[in-house]
Write a protein that binds this ligand. Structure first.
Ligand code: SF4
Length: 880
């Protein structure tokens, strides 16, 4: 077998992989980002590379079309819009899933040839506030540190980051560092109890938006205790006095934290010189996200704790190539190579390098404004590449309407049908991860090559080729005559040399003459890479900032208002779960990854649940002025009173009522333009269906009911259901839901309880099973799923209970080895009181380790649970 070195397509950790065309995928032991480790998502990649659901040929208005016809149409419609309405009448909305070479040519086409900056990326939703904060403080979007700082730190502060779930390999690295060196301490700042906070030495359950004040109070305390690095500040920093004055004006009580906790945080942060402060979407996705970032950077600058081993602020990115997008100018307010649109010298340098007829002269529309311009009719032609804004953007229903309103819309996609693609006129089939080659940059500025290890299926083409073909048809063939991603990379690298000469940080000019063979063999390398030095680990230990005077700026920031407590509303936070990625178009294909959380849910505090009259596992309706969602209620004291947490992954494809971004208003940080997806005021109430249901089938299901959530399983599909009215005929209803027209039906009804159970067999083989009840369904789901496509009697199938020879694993916790909560509880009950001991008994957590924090949480929770709660856990299996 030919083994190919490549990188993971999911998060910004950027783990290296070893992949084969036969579909074996393992961690790359030689990649510096992960040293062979993978999380559950990376470990399940092999389950996602089949061609089911792929877009394999171009389509126009839903009909198959040839490439030439489709590309001619795209070029002609964009050219016509530009001719009639000007360059700013067209827009691209691109993605952190694109490779840097794809991103580079898209940016070049829009900014240097069309002459508009109306290209923005879904990375705007992820880290635009970090970019803006870096630029304000450092003069450039520079991530100063490196992952090895996490190994060397004395204290790691995680703020706005559920690292255990969102960047699991980095979190495992931190836990391994602490196991080897117990003096390392971890603080998590998060309103919610998470797998990350459970493994931390101190959890600060801060009020939403309290971060700016907490770091302001830290800065005041740094000054009060004489911990300022006066020499560093004098030599390398300006804005110190004003910033400290602003910090002193903040009231630490506004954080909602007990004074003792704040003092402990100050003691630990000031007392440990080697501090890394890791921040992510919890900080960025906020109305004051940029200020939050600068509040963190201010503390590191005041103490000179930056750019030296084991210390510094560290923004971790969500997407695999969010950093690459920043480098090529994928954001509407930057040029390639960290050059600035507003700077005439920078514009001239780029235009000269590109020999382009024009260059944009002002920033373009950022994501939210871009779709508003679509809705108002200003945008006449829109090209979306590799992203699903109808699900992922705030005010998602308006975004869907906006896309539908544009005169001409194109999507480059790998998936046959997404919430976005169904709204577009032209669908262009792009090669997917594993089929294309190009570079990505991870959170520590490390550039790695994603290499193809599979053939391009059907008529799919790499994004860079599609873009270049459209550019050629628009009359700019010479400037887009690239014959390989290597050729694009060389042009980008050469341009970075010009940028460096203008004082920019991003410099990979040492790779400008790389041959095709050298590119194909490119080893992971951190930028900058100049002709003098290959890879620089850290920035700013000796100053050298990118403002004109070479100094950093401390930025005075003000406290953000914390959400008001009202009896009518709850404060909604959105986020990610451990085993899914974005809108689930890839991770949703893996049966393994669907086991831990198979439907959208809301975490709600017991007090609020009581107030709303909603019980655990009932449905909750969440509403704002923008839209509504219906999700499963999960009652937990891990979330504070007055708050809700809902994951952002579910789309129409998997759970039509689970699109939580439909409830999020499209308001943005005034500096970065990043939408605020945190701390949104919503109303919630119990959603009372006529019946609840659960179904497992050998065939794909699409029930179209008041509530449904479908997920892939190892034997077919599963579906959680709820209906607003009893059907006339339950048998017909079950057949329709299970998508099984034929086969023998067995029905069991209990009129006293109002329950219905239906099994459909073909011969002796069970093909589908359906349960309905006036109350939330309690059946052994994993068992019911495992019985599909097997020779199982109707009695066993309809029992919904484990048989004596087939214990019920319960909800799956360890996705690698299918270990369920019941098995883990049994192990704990029999004396396994450490993660390692649970692993020895059950194998849980002994492969990728992503579930280790969840195992720890189960161990920690056990002694505090009452006998009744323990029984409730066991009673996940219960007769209806
Ligand atoms: Fe992929 Fe997981 Fe590594 Fe992120 S942490 S890059 S999702 S394997």
């Amino acid at each position: 077998m030919t083994t190919v070195r490549t990188t993971c397509p999911y998060c910004g950790v950027g783990c290296g992989l070893l992949a084969t065309p036969e579909g074996t995928i393992k961690g790359d032991p030689d990649h510096p980002a992960n040293a062979g480790r993978l999380c559950s998502k990376g470990a399940a990649l092999a389950e996602t590379i089949d061609l089911e659901g792929r877009l394999l040929s171009p389509r126009i208005k839903g009909r198959p079309a040839g490439w030439d016809t489709a590309l001619d149409l795209v070029a002609a419609r964009f050219a016509a819009a530009i001719h009639t309405h000007g360059p700013d009448s067209v827009a691209f909305y691109v993605s952190g899933q694109l490779l840097s070479e794809d991103y580079y040519v898209a940016n070049k086409l829009m900014k240097g040839f069309i002459g508009s900056a109306n290209i923005d990326t879904n990375s705007r939703l992820c880290m635009a506030s970090s970019v803006a904060g870096h630029k304000r403080a450092f003069g450039a979007d520079t991530v100063p540190g490196t992952y090895t700082d996490l190994d060397q730190a004395e204290l790691i502060v995680l703020t706005g980051s559920n690292l255990a779930w969102c960047h699991p390999v980095l979190f495992q690295r931190i836990l391994a560092a602490r196991a080897a060196r117990p003096a390392l301490k971890i603080i998590t700042i998060d309103p919610r109890r998470t797998a990350t906070s459970a493994a931390s030495d101190l959890h600060l359950a801060i009020r939403p938006n309290g971060d700016t004040t907490l770091f302001g109070s830290l800065l005041s305390e740094i000054v009060r205790r004489g911990a300022v690095d006066r020499d560093y500040v004098a030599a390398h920093v300006s804005g110190f006095e004003q910033t400290v004055d602003a910090a002193r004006a903040m009231n630490p009580d506004d954080t909602g934290l007990p004074a003792d906790d704040i003092r402990r945080f100050h003691d630990m942060w000031i007392g440990a010189e080697k501090v890394v402060t890791v921040f992510s979407q919890g900080v960025n996705q906020s109305l004051g996200g940029t200020d939050k970032v600068n509040a963190i950077l201010n503390c590191h600058l005041a103490t000179g704790r930056i750019g030296r081993p084991g210390m510094g602020p560290f923004s971790v990115t969500g997407q695999p190539n969010a950093m690459g997008g920043r480098e090529v100018g994928g954001l509407a307010n930057t040029l390639a190579c960290h050059l600035e649109i507003e700077n005439p010298t920078h514009r001239k340098a780029v235009q000269q390098a590109w020999r382009s007829p024009t260059i944009c002269t002002k920033p373009g529309l950022k994501a939210v404004d871009l779709f508003r311009a679509c809705e108002s009719g200003r945008i006449k032609a829109l090209w979306i590449m590799g992203t699903n804004p109808a699900v992922s953007l705030p005010d998602a229903d308006s975004v869907s309407r906006a896309i539908a309103r544009v005169d001409f819309t194109v999507v480059s996609e790998v998936v046959n049908r997404t919430d976005t693609s169904i709204l577009t006129d032209v669908q262009l089939p792009a090669t997917a991860w594993g089929e294309k080659t190009g570079t990505v940059t991870n959170s520590e500025r490390r550039i790695s090559l994603q290499r193809a290890f599979l053939p391009a299926p059907g008529e799919t083409r790499p994004d860079w080729q599609i873009i270049c073909e459209v550019a050629r048809r628009m009359g700019w063939g010479d400037a887009f005559a690239f014959d390989s991603p290597a050729a694009i990379f060389r042009e980008h690298a050469a341009l970075s040399g010009r940028a460096a000469a203008l004082g920019r940080d991003f410099d990979i000019s040492g790779l400008a003459d790389i041959s095709d063979a050298e590119y194909a063999a490119l080893a992971p390398v951190q930028w900058p890479v100049t002709s003098r030095a290959a890879g620089t680990e850290r920035f700013f230990a000796q100053g050298g900032f990118f403002h004109a005077d070479g100094k950093a700026r401390m930025v005075p920031v003000s406290a953000m208002p914390v959400p008001a407590d009202t009896a009518q509303t709850l404060c909604l936070n959105t986020g990610r779960i451990r085993d899914q990625w974005h809108t689930m178009t890839r991770s949703g294909k893996s049966a393994r990854l669907n086991q831990n959380q198979a439907e959208p849910f809301a975490e709600i505090h017991p007090k609020d649940a009581r107030f709303l009259g909603v019980a655990d596992a009932e449905l909750l309706k969440i509403e704002s002025a923008r839209g509504q969602a219906v999700v499963r209620a999960k009652i937990t004291d891990g979330i504070g009173p007055g708050a809700l947490f809902v994951p952002m992954h579910w789309s129409n494809t998997h759970a039509p009522t689970g699109r939580i971004n439909a409830c999020i208003p499209a308001v943005t940080d005034p500096v970065s333009g990043q939408p605020a997806s945190k701390a949104v005021q919503v109303r919630a109430c119990r959603f009372t269906p006529h019946w609840y249901g659960f179904a497992a089938s050998a065939r794909a299901m699409s029930p179209g009911l008041a509530y449904s959530a479908v997920a892939r399983t190892a034997t077919g599909w599963r579906c959680e259901l709820a209906g607003n009215a009893a059907p006339d005929n339950w048998e017909d209803q079950a057949r329709r839901i299970l998508n099984l027209d034929t086969g023998g039906v067995s029905v069991m009804r209990d009129p006293a309880r109002g329950t219905v159970r239906i099994a459909i067999h073909q011969g002796a083989v069970l093909k589908g099973v359906f349960f309905a009840s006036p109350r939330p369904i309690r059946v052994a789901r994993e068992l019911a799923i495992s019985r599909i496509n097997r020779d199982v009697s109707a009695l066993v199938a309809l029992a919904g209970l484990p048989m004596s020879d087939q214990p019920d694993p319960g909800p799956i916790v360890c996705a690698c080895f299918n270990v369920g909560a019941h098995a883990i509880h049994d192990a704990i009950r029999h004396g396994a009181t450490s993660v390692e001991a649970v692993g020895k008994c059950t194998a849980a957590g002994t492969n990728c380790g992503s579930c280790k924090p969840d195992l720890q949480a189960l161990i920690d929770a056990r002694p505090t649970r009452s006998a009744a709660e323990q029984e409730e856990i066991r009673c996940h299996v219960q007769p209806m």
